[in-house]
Design a binder for this molecule. Structure first.
Ligand code: BTN
Length: 273
């Protein structure tokens, strides 16, 4: 279609200069690497941590050959349509931090960043899938790791921005900003806003404002009150999602009268209905 080829022509490669125009964050994004293609920006962030990459370094790629999702899934992407990026955080002196709750906080920050660009409301599915109209717009893979006796966290973010369509099996589950709002979005603006909001929430979390963050998270979370099927090591448990604790755990009541708490690193698959 003619209109789509005009839109395509408008899609360019990412520019660091354009990201910096809207970047207010102080340490996140001070060092930005943009590559055409890489295996996975999360894996790159880990390799670069080993070589001494700065706290808050950001690794972005136009495409990935081995994009990774949660629970060992793959993450596929289209060149120049998506945001594929990873933020490296040094966790020195933060051995005690509860990375599960930070995972939720980062999901909230990305959701708020997207809302501030689109002036619409995204929703969150525990732990940090971002949805529009019940379809997945963004996935986040937070990983903790150690290199040379130092602890790190990488926040890997995949946002479907200007994708025009998804293949059959994904079309019922995935969406993009373009599909929802029929508008081409400038990815650099979204990247800058995501970095601004992640730094904001990280500083707030450091100041001990985690329960405020969880409260705001719950306002956007569609998982609460839903029936759920949880799977771990091929074992299934059925229950109802009751609450999210201040530690970021999903509190699920189990039929007939039990209760379990799972955190985002427990490797539990959940299907809500
Ligand atoms: C999920 O929902 O399963 C998480 C998806 C995370 C995808 C992003 S894309 C950038 C970064 N690099 C990766 O390999 N994965 C994350």
């Amino acid at each position: 279609m003619k209109i789509f080829s005009w839109f395509k022509a408008k899609k360019g490669y990412l520019s660091e200069r354009d990201i910096n125009k809207n970047l207010k964050a102080k340490f996140i994004g001070k060092h930005i690497v943009i590559l055409d293609i890489i295996d996975s920006t999360n894996m790159l962030a880990k390799r670069e941590a080993e070589k001494g990459a700065l706290n808050g370094s950001v690794f972005i790629a136009e495409n990935q050959t081995a994009g990774r999702g949660r629970l060992g899934r793959t993450w596929s992407s289209n060149e120049k349509d998506c945001i594929l990026m990873s933020i490296l955080l040094h966790l020195d002196n933060k051995e005690e931090i509860n990375t599960s709750v930070y995972t939720l906080a980062f999901g909230l920050a990305v959701s708020n960043a997207i809302d501030s660009i689109t002036k619409k409301n995204t929703k969150l599915k525990w732990p940090n899938d971002i949805l529009i109209n019940n379809k997945k717009l963004c996935g986040i893979l937070c990983e903790r790791f150690s290199r040379n006796n130092k602890n790190y966290m990488v926040i890997g973010i995949g946002i479907n921005v200007n994708n025009e369509k998804f293949e059959d099996d994904l079309s019922n589950k995935a969406t993009s900003l373009f599909i929802e709002y029929k508008n081409i979005f400038k990815r650099e603006k979204i990247i800058a806003e995501v970095l601004n909001k992640i730094e904001e929430v990280y500083i707030d979390a450091d100041k001990g404002k985690l329960s405020d963050i969880i409260l705001k998270y719950k306002e956007k979370c569609i998982s609460l009150g839903k029936n759920v099927e949880l799977t771990k090591n091929n074992q299934k448990i059925y229950g109802m999602i009751e609450d999210i604790s201040n530690e970021g755990e999903l509190i699920t009541s189990i039929y007939p009268n039990g209760k379990i708490k799972i955190n985002s690193f427990d490797g539990v698959e959940q299907y809500i209905y």
